[in-house]
Design a protein around this ligand. Structure first.
Ligand code: APR
Ligand code: ZN
Ligand code: ZN
Length: 361
């Protein structure tokens, strides 16, 4: 039977979000209903509320979540009721041309639940990134549920569902950071901080954190940065070159999503080095670079979508490392809050006061 649960909904562009009752249908074929235990507050939720993603209001916000599978629909074999799962926003299809070539991490046809969750009056909701997890329960495609070790704290595990995975993956999957590499990370919020952590995990020799906020640089140190640069006071490119013997870093991760910081990343990398863009630009942004420099400096200019992760491969592995004390995922949880405090959390995020606020249910 369909259930009524409390959830955070954005009804109109720019309007404060509200906690209201929504209707969650029973899972259909290939779907699962998940009882949410924790869900992080991400910039993307705020972008939805501000109408920056599309106009399909009302949105059911929240997408960095962990919880327990409650019920599954027909034909679901990958998860069962009682499983502890992290939700992902890229359930791979197994059939598109990328999956067929053995590259499911780039799947071009990821999917979500077919049925719609609604408001009490029947208005269909648009779940953020096909998840919608600022809710006591949500409906997703079963492939969006990735089983991980239930010993993990849900508030920590859920963050792997988006920003933290994006950052770690930008370094280890997209950037291919390896032992002894020099890495620079420009922008050390939740995503960039995770890129620092991922670089340390991968054995980088030098990890240079760049930000305009000293608080973020202090956190980056704790996550493994060996050097920090405040780019309001110092030229980021020169500082990174100086710290790398005049050469530039092997890998530079851009975790802001702006043309200026992309240019810094481009010129702060060594010849034949790699730039990874994981920060998300807005539609009006343009990049201008001398084509001769693009050619002449060689190497790779890559973008990283969701850290090029394969949830079924990466989530359980990272949770295991966290449980072994080898990966400080707990550092990203700045505070835990109640469901009705998402609006205030947006405010703190906007002011750069937190890496992540996490709603705990
Ligand atoms: N130079 C260096 N750092 C900057 C600059 C700049 N010009 N402008 C902003 N920053 C820093 C901020 O101080 C902050 O620490 O970048 C960081 C951005 O972090 P958050 O706001 O916490 O955002 P985060 O969740 O890390 O996401 C970063 O990735 O997923 C995308 O949409 C997201 O584009 C955003 C990016
Ligand atoms: Zn596919
Ligand atoms: Zn997110």
């Amino acid at each position: 039977m369909a259930q009524q649960v409390k959830a955070v909904v954005a009804r109109a562009k720019g309007a404060p979000v509200e906690v209201t009752t929504i209707v969650v249908p029973d899972p259909g074929p290939g779907e699962a209903v998940v009882r949410i235990q924790a869900c992080g507050v991400c910039h993307t939720d705020l972008h939805y509320r501000e109408g920056g993603i599309n106009d399909e209001f009302p949105f059911l916000l929240g997408h960095e979540a962990a919880g327990i599978v409650e019920t599954v629909g027909e034909g679901v074999t990958e998860v069962a009721p009682g499983d502890f799962v992290v939700l992902n926003w890229r359930a791979v299809c197994g059939q598109c041309r990328s999956c067929q070539r053995g590259r499911p991490q780039y799947c071009f046809n990821t999917h979500n639940a077919e049925q719609k969750m609604t408001l009490l009056d029947g208005t269909e909701l648009s779940p953020a990134l096909g998840i919608g997890a600022f809710a006591e329960k949500t409906l997703v495609a079963a492939g969006q549920c990735t089983k991980v070790d239930p010993a993990a704290d849900p508030a920590v595990a859920g963050l792997l569902g988006c920003g933290v995975m994006a950052g770690i993956g930008a370094a280890i999957n997209t950037g291919n950071v390896g032992r002894g590499d020099s890495v620079a990370v420009i922008g050390c919020g939740g995503v960039g901080g995770a890129a620092v952590l991922g670089s340390r995990l991968a054995g980088a020799g030098k990890i240079i954190a760049v930000d305009i906020d000293d608080r973020k640089l202090a956190t980056a140190r704790k996550l493994g940065a060996t050097h920090t640069v405040n780019s309001t006071a110092t030229d980021a490119v020169e500082a990174i070159r100086e710290l790398t013997g005049g050469n530039g870093a092997d890998v530079v991760v851009e975790a802001v999503g702006r043309p200026e910081t992309y240019k810094q990343a481009f010129y702060a990398r060594d010849l034949a080095g790699t730039v990874v863009l994981v920060g998300v630009p807005t539609p009006e942004m343009q990049l201008e670079l001398p084509l001769l420099d693009v050619f002449g400096r060689g190497g790779a200019l890559k973008s990283s979508w969701y850290g090029d992760c394969l949830p079924s491969r990466d989530f359980p592995m990272l949770i295991d490392l966290y449980l072994q004390g080898r990966l400080d995922l707990g550092a990203f949880v700045s505070e835990t809050i109640e469901l009705d405090a998402v609006e205030q959390a947006f405010e703190r995020m906007h002011h750069g006061d937190v890496l992540r606020s996490v709603v705990v249910l």
